[in-house]
Design a protein. Sequence first.
Length: 236
Amino acid sequence: MDAVLLAAGLGTRLRPHTLSVPKPLLKVQGRPVLDWTISALPRQVTRLVVVVNYLAEQVEDYLAGQKHITNWATVRQTTPRGTWDALWSCRQALSGGSFLVLNGDDLFGTADLADLAALPEKGFEGGVLTHSVANPRQYGIAFTRADGTLDKLVEKPDLPGPMLANTGAYLFPGRAFEHTPFLSPRNEYEITDLVNLLARDGRMMPVAAKAWRPIGDIPAWEGAQTADLSPFAPAR
């Protein structure tokens, strides 16, 4: 199985720290965020495709030196136009079949990623990792059908919590590339629109994550330095 890591962002909310280091390479407890992500991937992942842009050479140098998954390639997103555009740029680089897609700058629980990758064994073609949040207005939120399958993702609904947030970790079927990206009302190509197209068939499943640590701003990054990160222990 391939895993696509989205690592092209500018990391503006983490400046000045990201002025000379790309966000996925900021260190958490002595290790780059990207190192935590790659080492937590389930063992059926044997190949990485990493989307890069900002300070791309640093990311490529890291990938060349890491030993977790030595079969890797980078894809340059020449003009950042959104997460679906980033994934679309990988369509010629993937091996085929189901594949994982993860934001390259968050920490995802090792056991949760294994559950996500195992969805086809349970009859689902894909899914999204979700995590309970108290304030849905700050997140993309997953809505489910009566049978538990994913109905849709909605960005920042004006609703009370708790609700299930989209963590930015997905399992997609190979047929995901049958859908051509289109601009969202926010004038970006958003991967959540792709998820909603696939969810129409009723075979996408939300997976409740036990551990998720977004590294979206300086307080979150600083808080991770002293947090218990045992749920993010390496799988490989």
